[in-house]
Design a protein around this ligand. Sequence first.
Ligand code: PEP
Ligand code: MG
Length: 588
Amino acid sequence: MESRKEEIEYAGIGASPGIAHGPVSILREKEITVPKYQVKPALHKTEVARFENALLATRKQIQKIRDQVEESLGEEEARIFDAHLMVLEDQALIDEVVREMDASEENVEASMWRIGNRYIEAFGQIDDEYLRERASDIRDVIRRLISNLTGQSLEDHGDRSDNKHVVVAQEVAPSDSASIDKNQVLALVTDLGGKTGHTVIVARSMNIPAVVGLGDISQNVVPGDVLLVDGYEGKVVVNPSENTLFRYGKLKDKRASIEERLIAFSKNISETKDGHPIQLQANIESANEAKRALEIGADGVGLFRTEYLFMNTRSLPSEEEQFDAYSGVAEVMDGRSVVIRTLDLGGDKMSASPELGMQHEANPFLGYRAIRYCLDNIDIFTTQLRAILRASARGNVKIMYPMISGVEEMKQANECLEIAKEQLRSEGIAFNESIETGSMIEIPSAAIACDTLVSECSFFSIGSNDLIQYLMAVDRLNDRVAHLYEPTHPAMIRMLDMIVKAANKGGVELSICGEMAGDPILVPLLVGLGIESLSMSPGLLPHAKFVAHSMDLSEAREIAEMALSETDAMKILENLTAFYESRMASIS
Ligand code: PEP
Ligand code: MG
């Protein structure tokens, strides 16, 4: 087919940074043929053995993919494959397939397909995004099992050439990632997916640019088309003109050189141009990530999200497993502060573990979440507190409670902490007796009345992700109202100012660990308002450090005054952007 010459630009979500350019390779999911034939009762055992061998082979393949992802990306990203492994170990599902083979006297492929589809249909109808996703895990696993039983390949790369190419697909299932040749793929582009989807994880692990959420691009490109992929801005240009290529070529070189210089700059200490010290800390989920954060100049860990230990797992992590995870990070950080946040399950972070007993709710962000869940499940909470306390003997560990709405919850959480301390004392187990406790400030009631919390803790950390959503009634995950999710809204700026004043008056330390902290445009505003400890994804630290070094404290304060007196969120953002660009001029 002849390639279109017309240049067409698509806008999606930039999921993995970088710019790439090359011929398209369309990855389509192949229709899989499911053989169906009678199996005499005498051969039933042989058929069961075929099934068991296929389960074993599939397990090995998925374990291999998991290991690859763990090595390149870390434990928590690899855990996505635990859901697949769980399907392969699901005794109820396995028994049902064996019973179906027996009852229908049919081969394993046909029986498994029937049972699998029954499960997929049931999960697919559940009004819960997390559980609906489990349907695609089951589908992925069943297809792979059939491919192993019949030798059929799962993807159709009809047009794949030996040259390097840009893979375009509707979606890339996690286990399909194994078939993507890292040496041949320049970039990944998909119709579906968000910033935290499977494609993103695969692309990041391969260090290649990716753009997701492009609608129907896989239906509109044809073999012979050439794609330009901008993973920074989330743009894809089909058949780019010479002019566009020239522009992007220059941009690519420029981005790479800026990134290199920012990384080199991250060796500097964290302070403003006039030497006012600030703290730039990392949000992490594992010891591996903590190591990376340290290499990139983190002053500490401002947020260790612990939910990931509890997700995609059938059984609860034991005290010992949790202790290993927490003390691992504390040891890596070698005396630097490590703030471990207690379990924040609920909202968008659901767990299918039956032991956690999570249930579907109409408004999960307003429901049984975080500290509310923990105070109602004291055993789970106490186990976690014991593990954190034990880790406090191995480093500079602090405890932070999420979703605190008022002082009563703080008191109850601290009472649980006292009980855990008492247990450890009586068992003769070491911990830091004067471990500091803190409260996330992410619910407007806690922000407005944070003066009432100061007696119960020694630090606050502003969770701007949730604080913005609850303050402005904007679901943080809903694209359709995303334009209303404005960090520079005057209400949010006034709220930040209130929290700073209450924290200073009450003598508690203050930091911020929501996404606002890692946005380099907002760094001057936050520091100017008096928030001098910012915690962010490790990759964002060099940029924030550079911006901090480019301004005097007095300039940051002027910026904050401007923001406090302005009434228009867009105008505030424009002013902040202009200031930021003037500071970046020296490096771009
Ligand atoms: C926040 O709400 O800003 C935050 C850091 O917590 P999470 O994103 O985990 O809800
Ligand atoms: Mg939060």
